[in-house]
Design a protein around this ligand. Structure first.
Ligand SMILES: [Zn+2]
Length: 305
């Protein structure tokens, strides 16, 4: 299932062992075949036609005071890095690339990107953003530096290590017989429904988080929770953990701060929504894991849940 989900299937080898060797990393940085993905204010550089990652040579950044490139990994024998060029004003003009490439919002562009490019872009966006926001130590306030090619940061003063965050989000389709519970967040279009979701809190299992979220948001009791698939969600650093939750009650009582509406839908209704054949009911787009969770449930036999 995860092979169908955007941002999954990153093809790069992150080289967890060899990147500990500073000389090896330096050689990768200086290798003329190495490729660098510029990221500007969390937007990766994308070719205009067809849409794909726009890799650059290191010379591209020669005159630039950019942070140290972040090592993404090796693919087809070539080293890949991401570089934060956020300090540049009007970068497409400065770099003279406006005709062929643009810095674009990944959420808007993902549907047009090759699957492997989308996955690499997710890694680059999350890492570049994390480095930009963790220049100071959370323990002592001192300056931190990137180590292991950007796999983590270390404080100059107290030597504390800081690792890129990944924030787990529980997301679930809640099912009972032939019915599936979906919700609509405040401000969403009136016909748009999706799976219920929320951050896993400290000291909480994924299953407990699903049960708590569904009870808090919709007032429905959940029993068995089954994990299905995950998706990196680089806005900025989430990991969506997709589940099917078996409801043990039906009465809905929404929390209006979280949801504007929650309803039970039949397989037929959701099958039509996924096919785009219902004006009055919209399913999440294919770049969201919710789409794939709903589809997986719709495609199971009615008795198989
Ligand atoms: Zn420190």
């Amino acid at each position: 299932m995860d092979t169908l989900i955007p941002f999954c299937g990153n093809p790069l080898d992150r080289e967890g062992v060899r990147r500990r060797d500073r000389a090896w990393l330096q050689a990768r940085l200086e290798d003329p075949t190495s490729r660098f993905l510029p990221v500007w204010q969390a937007k990766p550089l994308l070719k205009r036609e067809p849409r794909a990652l726009a890799w650059a040579k290191r010379e591209f950044f020669a005159d630039l005071e950019a942070p140290e490139p972040v090592f993404l990994g090796i693919g087809d024998g070539v080293s890949h890095f991401a570089v934060d060029v956020s300090a540049v004003e009007k970068p497409e003009v400065t770099f003279g690339i406006a005709d062929v490439a643009s810095f674009d919002d990944l959420r808007a562009a993902v549907a047009l990107l090759p699957a492997e490019d989308a996955a690499v872009a997710a890694q680059a966006r999350t890492l570049v953003d994390w480095h930009a926001r963790h220049r100071h130590c959370a323990v002592c306030g001192g300056h931190t530096r990137s180590v292991l090619g950007g796999a983590n940061r270390v404080c100059f003063d107290c030597q504390a290590e800081h690792f890129p965050r990944t924030d787990p989000v529980a997301i679930a389709v809640v099912v009972r017989g032939d019915q599936c519970l979906l919700g609509r967040g405040p401000g969403w279009p009136a016909h748009m429904f999706s799976a219920l979701a929320g951050f896993v809190e400290a000291g909480e299992s994924l299953e407990d988080a699903v049960r708590r979220e569904v009870m808090e948001e919709a007032g429905v009791q959940v029993g068995r929770v089954t994990y299905l698939a995950s998706q990196p969600w680089p806005f900025p650093c989430s990991l969506m953990l997709g589940c099917v939750a078996q409801a043990e009650s039906e009465k809905i009582a929404i929390d209006p701060a979280e949801l504007e509406e929650a309803r039970w839908f039949s397989r037929d209704a959701l099958r039509a929504a996924l096919a785009g054949s219902r004006q009055d009911l919209g399913a999440p787009p294919p770049f969201a894991i919710a789409h794939h969770l709903i589809r997986a449930w719709v495609e199971t036999d009615a008795g198989g849940d």
